[in-house]
Design a protein around this ligand. Structure first.
Ligand SMILES: Cc1ncc(COP(=O)(O)O)c(C=O)c1O
Length: 334
């Protein structure tokens, strides 16, 4: 797409030769391939903190959209969407909020007064929101929702070609044919759980998150990154190799996401963690894994520690890219 239209309420349509989307920091990679890649540093991880002023400086005449996360994938931290809303109103820009990961549970926490942060259409600047129903909506994989403030914003996702010899071609999304079965199953799951079902799960997950955060903070040398308010808790350490902790945890059967720059990992809470046994086991296993990392500081020859250790030591990152390509090839070739 080399030419893009952009119009804000009350504004004339602007034709942009090149468009910029500015992601807030720690934005999911999905947005990086369509953005200018400037970071707002709008979260509170203390690792990437730049004032909003410097974020505003990234806005230029090609900018049409800012993307914020509620919460972000890596650390489960909710960007200051209220501030982003003020900025985007001031500069007449779209503001997309990525609620794809733990964002589904936020409205239920809000309803129960367990969350203060504003992140949705109650903020005037928010023009669109994405939510993955296939995560905390417990619907089939491949179902996701994009919500728009109004139809004026929505119409830009349509693809219409009136001149095609196959007829007038009009699709509401970038993808063409898709299965109606997923939509039907999604609707059924949403109706099955309903507002009361989702509220019940959200409250339990919220309680578990605060328990895990509180207990994790008592573990010497282990840092919880930022102030997570949803279902993702990320860990790092200045005292030992955090990848030794994640390797040990994975060995014990925990499913974790490994993060880099800086070295860290996160746990994404689901209702499986609500089972009594899991509740206690996680903190006990975490304590044991930290202990292991402290007494075996050089055991980084296997698991995640080995993979990421090796990748970090390769000065030419194109080699790492080649290895990743070979891995993807191996999934698709016989
Ligand atoms: C915060 C966030 N945004 C966007 C995405 C992309 O979602 P998908 O891969 O389902 O398109 C994810 C996926 O995990 C995510 O966690």
């Amino acid at each position: 797409m080399d030419m893009m239209e952009s119009s804000m309420a009350g504004e004339e349509t602007r034709l942009l030769k090149k468009h910029d989307t500015i992601p807030s920091s720690n934005m999911h990679q999905k947005y990086m391939n369509t953005s200018s890649g400037c970071n707002s540093g709008s979260n509170s991880t203390n690792m990437n903190e730049e004032p909003f002023l410097s974020f505003e400086k990234n806005i230029n005449c090609n900018t049409i959209c800012v993307v914020g996360s509620a919460p972000n994938f890596s650390y489960g931290i909710i960007d200051d969407i209220e501030k982003l809303s003020e900025i985007t109103i001031k500069h007449k820009l779209y503001l997309h909020v990525d609620c794809c990961l733990g964002g589904f549970i936020l409205p239920f926490l809000k309803k129960e007064k367990l969350l203060k942060e504003k992140f949705d259409f109650e903020l005037e600047g928010v023009t669109s929101i994405s939510v993955d129903t296939h995560k905390y909506g417990y619907t089939p994989k491949g179902s996701s929702i994009i919500l728009y403030r109004n139809s004026d914003v929505r119409k830009y996702q349509y693809y219409i070609n009136t001149e095609w010899d196959g007829g007038i071609y009009a699709t509401p999304t970038i993808s063409g044919s898709k299965s109606g079965a997923i939509i039907a199953c999604t609707w059924t799951s949403l109706m099955y759980h309903g507002i009361s079902g989702y509220t019940k799960i959200a409250k339990k997950l919220d309680l578990l998150r605060s328990l895990y955060v509180c207990e994790s903070k008592k573990i010497d040398g282990l840092d919880v990154i930022g102030n997570p308010k949803s279902t993702v808790i990320a860990y790092r350490s200045d005292k030992f190799d955090i990848y030794l902790v994640s390797s040990k945890m994975i060995e014990k059967g925990w499913n974790l996401n490994i993060l880099q720059n800086p070295k860290s990992f996160h746990l994404c809470l689901t209702n499986l963690h609500l089972i009594n046994q899991a509740k206690n086991d996680f903190i006990n296993d975490l304590k044991e894994s930290v202990q292991y990392a402290k007494i075996q500081p050089n055991d980084n020859s296997k698991g995640t520690a080995a993979i990421y250790g090796m990748a970090k030591n390769v000065p030419d990152k194109s080699i790492v890219k080649e290895v990743a390509t070979a891995y993807l090839d191996s999934l698709t070739e016989k």
